[in-house]
Design a protein around this ligand. Sequence first.
Ligand code: SAH
Ligand code: SF4
Ligand code: F3S
Length: 451
Amino acid sequence: MPRVYIKTYGCQMNERDSEQVAQDLTARGYTLTSDERQADVILINTCSVRDQAEQKALGKMGMMRNLKRDRPDLILGFLGCMAQSRGAELLERLPDVDLVVGTQKYHRVADYVEDLRAQFTSAAAAAPVVDTAEETGSQSTIRDHLNSGPAPATAYVSIMQGCDMFCTYCIVPYTRGRERSRTISDILSEVRGLVERGTREVTLLGQIVNLYGRHEFPVVNGKSPFVQLLYELEKVDGLERIRFTSPHPAGLKDDLIGAYTELSKLCEHMHLPLQSGNNRILRAMHRSYTRELYLKKVERLRAARPDIALTTDIIVGFPTETDAEFQDTVQLVREVAFDNCFVFRYSERKDTPAAGMQGQLSDEEKEHRNQVLLAEVNRIAHAKNQQLLGRTVQILVEGPSKTTEERYMGRTRQNKIVVFPGGERHRGKLLDVRIQHSSGFTLYGDPAIFD
Ligand code: SAH
Ligand code: SF4
Ligand code: F3S
């Protein structure tokens, strides 16, 4: 049986897309391996959002080529966002690569792999395949889940593809195409299928997930299509928790805030990308809100759900950002007191408006701001986690902890990771644990009631 190794870079959307490719290949008799030296097919699902992400994937493929020297019939493929944005150019750079498949063609990967394998058996080398075309309806192709055995406790569900926001720094609208959404009934049947097989929590995925369906479906009784979807999911028996990522502050309206007062399955966590705390920079980024508006939305969310955890994304060193403007961001981070922030140094992306702007900052300056902000973020997160010590919280157990195999891990409704002494019997269960201590962003707990 041919073996496939899949390495995934980038966001949850890429993880979900890789799952779909894995599903398609296993359905045809392939097995998955975590050891690339054992593999007959090596697929690298790529991200283009920052230069560093592209370099990692290119470096990884560079190493994979060494394996091909001894095994000419090994298939090497690039999938995803960098495959989409660079296309055939990747073959010029890495001529051993057999397959380059963009973001609207994941569902074709298994066919292409089979074709290549057939060609390899009849000839010494196969002609490489590049497919970065657009495809109508591709938003509905990411929907199958590995069907061997029980489903995972927590699952990603892709509800839309693409992004029409065109933030000036961002490559995603170019790699993922126009915004397009699946139907509510299609999403519901996927979720019901998962729940029947044991899933307890879903995370709805989209680049601007709260704007789901805005081009396709009407507002009903003041509720946007996204909020309608949340109310439908609340009714799914056996589903315990609903999450989503990432919403855009501009689309965070009363209907969604209201859902936090009415839907018990909606977890008290929101990842709400801020990007900058300075209004001039926000405008230059083409983010259509102000720091005042962002703060107001945070206040209203906290009024609806006082214990809601908030996390965010921030870019430091956007072109022309002054030190005083950066300090506005630091100050806003303090004011909101985020549970966690992902801080990114601005990275110039080819053909985006910001890449052509005057006033690019030096790497040293970006790194300096990165360090300053990270220190602040860590201090706040640590203080927040201290408040949880001694408290009993509910976790959904996902499986063994990544760091210590004897321990298990789960997430609280606030999306905090808790490591505890557990076993297979806990997997997929909702469990109350008492928090004993915290280190970094991880909490350590003991089951409140031993079974
Ligand atoms: N759709 C999501 C974000 C997707 S990209 C949203 O709008 O919130 C994830 C994060 O990468 C962004 O929130 C942003 O903080 C960061 N990012 C995007 N482009 C970047 C760039 N050119 N340089 C540095 N960080 C970037
Ligand atoms: Fe990129 Fe902005 Fe779209 Fe997010 S909303 S994916 S940052 S263009
Ligand atoms: Fe990266 Fe593409 Fe996601 S560029 S962040 S993998 S949508």
